[in-house]
Design a protein around this ligand. Sequence first.
Ligand code: FMN
Length: 333
Amino acid sequence: MDLSTTYLGLCLKNPLVPSSSPLGEEIDKIKALEDAGASAIVLPSLFEEQLTHETLELNYYTSYHYEWFPEALSYFPEPKEYHLGPEEYLKHIRKAKESVDIPIIASLNGVTVGGWLKIAEQIEEAGADALELNAYYLPTNPNLSGTRVEALYLDLLRAMKQRVRIPLAMKLNPYFSSTAAMAKALVEAGADGLVLFNRFYQPDFDLENLEVVPQITLSTSDDLRLPLRWVAILYSRISCSLAITSGIHTAEDAIKALMAGADVAMLCSALLRNGIAHLSTILRGIEAWMEKKEYISIGQLKGSMSQKSVEDPAAFERANYMKSLHSFREKAL
Ligand SMILES: Cc1cc2nc3c(=O)[nH]c(=O)nc-3n(C[C@H](O)[C@H](O)[C@H](O)COP(=O)(O)O)c2cc1C
């Protein structure tokens, strides 16, 4: 059985890749992930704020927050609170490359086109096989149009692309008014891959202390539906690699991701909740399912349930919404 897949031009032995998370912070854990069967690993992000914290070279996109809410800076963790600073990050890439045979994908998290982008060149020199760029940006300024927000992503990607030759993937959020057009524009701007989707963590209210508190919740399989739909829609419409992140917890989830058209299924919450060994359980589950259903390669699965392949392409669109509402009513009443 051929479990291999190609992602960002990298030949991977199977489609299971741990996404950016604290699991990639320690070399022992990276080794354990490789032993469990991971075919590549995305390291935790290095944040723009870690590189610009002192000089605050923040451009007009973000300065809005600082003008209106100068105390906003206090929300950023102090540099010492990050496990890996820039120098340590580069060392970590070198160490990871020495310690395992699987590709190492570095991750940068930031929003502005500025001096901090230089680190991308150093990341390439340190030996990273690819780079994932996560622009976790929440546009709260009512004067900032959607077009300018989109330009922020495109400018950032182009600027990063000029600095590196290794493949570059963009991790996206699902909140563009035209996700498909945005995906196409990113590919035209040079993205070698798209990672769908970033989960935005919504803050909560602490009613005792009347504070807004950060709140990370791990995903469940239900969170897979959103990227599943969009990958199924984008598959074969845009020419770049596709990864699904969000809600992959079981072998069935990973199989669905591949059938939608993803080249890789990324894992984070599932491994944080169940431990690293869960990756091999998922891998064995994929093999068992493929054997039972007589699939011989991942290539056969890939895109087989994409919008272009299914009998009813409207199942991914508005018609499905109306059908869902009706089916609920029929069941409930
Ligand atoms: C504790 C934690 C830390 C994370 N750190 C990062 C990060 O540094 N950079 C990043 O791009 N995504 C980060 N993520 C997001 C994950 O890589 C992943 O995209 C997201 O959790 C959705 O996948 P899941 O449903 O498998 O958890 C983090 C997620 C968690 C839960």
